[in-house]
Every structure is written in C-alpha cells, then in structure tokens.
Design a protein around this ligand. Structure first.
Ligand code: HEC
Ligand code: HEC
Ligand code: HEC
Ligand code: HEC
Length: 377
C-alpha cells in the first residue's frame, strides 16, 4: 500500500504506514475511492544523493545550487509555513519532522539503516525514483555485463561495446525497478507535477502556492538542467545519453516531445485530481485544476498531431469542457478518473511511437524561455 505526498501525518516505519487525524479522510477521498494515487517515492528504496555523486559529480554540482538542492527545504522556515501547517493540523514544531507531509515535497524521505531520515531538499531520487533495495536500479542501470562497479569513465567505455540484446535486457530491468529516465518523457514530467500541482484542498485554501505556470520544457531547461552524462564539462541542452542513443535525434525534436509529454502528463494528473475534489469554486484546488485541464486541451488541439486526436475525442465523449468542469457532481469520480486512464493510454502510445522525437509537426512549438539559468559545467 502506498500513500502520496499531499497527505499529512503519514509516517512509514519499517513498512507500516500509519495515518493520523484527518489524513486518512483526505487520503481516502483523493486516492482510494477515485483511483487517484500519486506515485510516491518509496523511502525504503532511497539510497541518498551521496551514492549518485560517486559517478555523477557534475550532475550533483548543478543540483546543489538549484532550488531543489537548497531553497526547497529553507521554505519550511518561511513566515507563511506555520499557517500552511495549521491548515492540516500540523503543529509548528512538527513541520520538519516525518509527521509532516511538508517534508515529502520540500525534503526527501530515506531509510538509512532501517531508520527514517529526512534529507533536506529534493534529491536525485525524488525525480529519478528510489534506486536501492534488492532489485533496485542503482546497480542495474550502469551494469553493461561486467558488474556496475568502476568509475563513470570506465563504465562508459564498456557502454560502447554493449551488445544490443544486453542493452534491451538492462533497460527493461531498470524500468521494472522504477527508474524514471529521460526517455520516459511522460513519466518524468508526471513526477515533477506530483509536487508542483499541490493536490491538497486545504493547503490551497490556506494560500499555499501551486505552480500554475509549470511547463515541462521551460522548467527543466533552466536551473534544473544537468545533462552532463557523456561530457562532464558541457551541460547539454537535452540529455546527452538520449541524444546519442537513437537515429536522427536532435535537441529541437526532444524539446517538442517534452512539450507534448508535459501537456499530456498535466492533463492526466489534473483529471485525476479533478475526480476527487469537493468543490470547483473560485480559488479552490478544483478551480485550479479546471484551468489546467482547459489549457492542456487547447495545447493538444494546437499541436495538430494525428495520434493525439483520441485525446480530444475522449474529452468530447465525456463532455469535459469549461462549462461542465465548473460543476462538481456525484458522478465526477468515475468520469474524470476514467478519462484520465484513457488519456494516459494515448500518452503512452505517443511516447512509444515518437521515441526518437522525429517527425513532429512544426505546429508543436516549445517555449524558448527557461526558468532560471542553466548551470555551467
Ligand atoms: C557506478 C557509477 C554510477 C553510480 C553510482 C550511479 N550511476 Fe547513474 N549512470 C551511470 C552510467 C554508466 C550511466 C549510463 C547508463 C546507460 O548507458 O544507459 C548512468 C545513467 C544515469 C541516468 C540517465 C539514464 C537515462 O537513460 O536517462 C540517470 C538519470 C542516472 N544515472 C541517475 C543516477 C542516480 C540518481 C544515482 C544515485 C541513486 C546514480 N545514477 C548512480 C553510472 C552510475
Ligand atoms: C505536494 C507538494 C507540496 C506539499 C505537500 C507542500 N508543499 Fe510547499 N511548496 C511546494 C511547491 C512545488 C512550492 C513552490 C511552488 C511555486 O512557487 O511554483 C511550494 C512553496 C511553498 C512555500 C513558498 C510560499 C510563497 O509564498 O512563496 C512555502 C512557505 C511552503 N511551500 C511551505 C509548505 C509547508 C509548511 C507545507 C506543509 C504544511 C508544504 N509547503 C507542503 C510543494 C509542496
Ligand atoms: C519532491 C517534490 C518535487 C519534485 C518531484 C519536483 N520539484 Fe521542482 N520544486 C519543488 C519545490 C518544493 C520547489 C520550491 C523551491 C523554491 O521555490 O525555492 C521547487 C522549485 C522548482 C523550480 C524553481 C521555481 C522558481 O520559482 O524559481 C523549478 C524550475 C522546478 N522546481 C522544476 C521542476 C521540474 C522540471 C521537475 C521535474 C523534472 C521538478 N521541479 C520536480 C519540489 C519538487
Ligand atoms: C527536479 C528533478 C530532478 C532532480 C532533482 C534530478 N534530476 Fe536528473 N534529470 C531530470 C530530468 C527531467 C532529466 C532529463 C532532462 C531532459 O529531458 O531534458 C534528467 C537527466 C539526468 C541525467 C541524464 C543526463 C544526460 O546527459 O543524459 C542524469 C545522469 C541525471 N539526471 C542524474 C541526476 C543526479 C545524479 C541527480 C542528483 C544529484 C539528479 N539527476 C537530480 C530530473 C531531475
């Protein structure tokens, strides 16, 4: 059983998840009865950023000075923090503890020697998935058949001689172990949105911000960017490994793919959240996700991609449009979660077909701006 980030007062000790106070109610409302369950990085699998730094020093360097590396945690000392906490029944003194859901989005829960530890800020595994455990991806992802030990340079040398069959097995095993890779464009964008669309009605009512303007290309191209894998001196525009791993791949195509993936991920998650809200009045979480659904539909329309026509058909079939979104009804749970599942299936097929990001129409125009400045290697 897994819980998700918006739920406060959840602690997981040795795998037993306990609910405290109104948490259970919120969780049931949003997760269990609607099928909406935000993936939560499993603390028991999180090994911590130090383990990554051994081979990914350049990525670690970029991350350390990013807001995820530092400011995200410091926000828990912000003057508004106690009010946000109060809205969820969290005592001011508990804000930085494992009892508080705040630490799931502003920190990283990890199990060290059987004990739950909260690392400050959002670590590598907050985005790429928990890497440890018996079948964890930490050892699998860089094992070219001769074991995963060695320096990055040594491993990358082995990479050049990796047989195609081994590559296929390694990738499948890495995915199965829960790694979010650049290739899985919808998955990695959904993961950002699990923190950035704050899915909690009470927090939103208390004035906690949600990233209304989040757009995957813009937000990943600035201070978050750390594409150093094949060249530790140059922070490539798009993942260097992805670029080197397929025919005809270009940075331009990659950004088009990311843009569409970001819109689809946003649409799916917003529909899932919409399925569980109790109100869609102005200023509520429901209102906020209605706007996101609306915007994402517009972007999908403007993209003019044949493979995405089914998304618009799903909206039409279910009469999902501005006027109907505004009213919450008892049938919402089934309606919106069903639509989310259907869009997810279209999104998965889209990413599988466009894995090289070639052949997307010129009507797909990713933004050129970026959120913050990219770190220089
Ligand atoms: C022993 C060295 C080593 C360690 C430790 C290591 N990595 Fe890697 N990592 C690699 C190599 C080699 C690759 C290239 C893999 C390939 O060829 O598919 C890689 C690739 C990656 C990629 C890109 C995958 C993709 O296809 O987009 C990510 C993301 C990544 N590592 C994250 C991490 C994180 C997070 C950690 C810590 C939990 C970590 N790595 C620890 C060596 C390592
Ligand atoms: C679902 C993830 C999530 C949860 C849960 C969460 N936050 Fe946040 N928080 C964020 C994100 C993302 C931002 C940045 C939003 C933005 O500016 O785009 C943020 C921003 C903030 C800010 C900045 C406010 C401002 O006006 O600039 C404060 C303070 C804060 N959070 C405190 C808290 C506290 C205290 C809790 C627990 C009661 C909490 N957060 C729970 C994700 C979360
Ligand atoms: C575990 C939760 C979490 C995940 C996952 C996450 N973020 Fe964040 N992010 C935050 C929090 C909290 C902040 C607020 C830090 C601040 O404003 O200082 C933030 C801030 C940011 C900022 C800086 C915003 C600003 O106002 O300057 C960018 C850009 C960003 N995130 C992009 C992303 C992208 C892109 C992804 C996915 C690849 C992502 N985030 C995934 C929690 C998360
Ligand atoms: C905020 C989310 C987030 C965090 C935190 C994060 N990454 Fe990433 N990482 C991404 C995304 C998104 C990409 C792919 C970017 C793209 O598609 O343009 C990526 C790409 C990578 C790559 C591939 C780079 C290449 O050149 O191919 C590696 C390796 C990697 N990350 C390792 C790490 C390590 C190590 C850490 C911690 C020090 C880390 N990441 C922290 C989101 C994150």
């Amino acid at each position: 059983m897994s819980c998700f980030r918006c739920c406060h007062g959840v602690s997981s000790h040795g795998g037993n998840i306990k609910f405290a106070g109104s948490c259970a109610a919120v969780w049931l409302l949003l997760a269990s009865s609607t099928g909406f369950s935000q993936q939560q990085i499993d603390a028991a699998k999180v090994v911590g950023r130090e383990a990554c730094g051994k081979c990914h020093a350049a990525e670690l360097g970029a991350w350390q000075v990013s807001k995820h590396g530092k400011n995200a945690w410091d926000l828990l000392d912000h003057p508004k923090a106690p009010d946000f906490a109060k809205s969820l029944g969290i005592a001011a003194g508990d804000i930085k503890s494992e009892k508080s859901v705040c630490t799931k989005c502003h920190g990283t829960h990890q199990q060290t020697g059987g004990k739950l530890v909260i690392a400050k800020g959002n670590s590598c595994e907050s985005c790429h998935g928990g890497a440890g455990g018996d079948q964890g991806w930490l050892t699998v992802h860089s094992d070219y058949g001769k074991g995963a030990a060695g320096t990055l340079a040594e491993l990358l040398k082995q990479r050049e001689g990796e047989p195609a069959a081994h590559l296929a097995t390694r990738k499948a095993a890495t995915s199965k172990a829960g790694m979010n890779r650049a290739e899985d464009a919808v998955k990695i964008a959904s993961n950002c949105l699990q923190c950035h669309i704050v899915p909690n009605e009470k927090l939103i009512a208390a004035g906690h911000p949600s990233s209304d303007k989040f757009e995957f290309v813009e937000w990943a191209q600035g201070e978050v960017r750390h594409n150093f894998l094949l060249d530790s001196k140059e922070n490539a525009e798009v993942p260097s490994l992805w670029l080197a791993s397929g025919k005809g791949r270009t940075a331009k195509g990659r950004k088009q793919l990311m843009f569409v993936a970001g819109q689809l991920a946003d649409l799916v998650l917003s529909l899932r959240i919409r399925a569980g809200v109790t109100s869609a009045k102005r200023g509520t979480l429901g209102d906020l996700v209605n706007d996101r659904i609306d915007d994402a539909i517009d972007e999908v329309e403007d993209a003019e991609i044949d493979e995405l026509a089914p998304v618009l058909a799903i909206m039409k079939e279910n009469k999902i449009k501005k006027s109907t979104l505004k009213k919450t009804t008892p049938g919402d749970k089934e309606l919106y979660s069903g639509a989310a599942d259907a869009v997810q299936a279209v999104a998965d097929a889209f990413v599988a077909k466009y894995k090289d990001a070639t052949g997307l129409p010129a009507s797909v125009k990713p933004p050129r701006k970026s959120k913050g400045k990219a770190f220089k290697g």
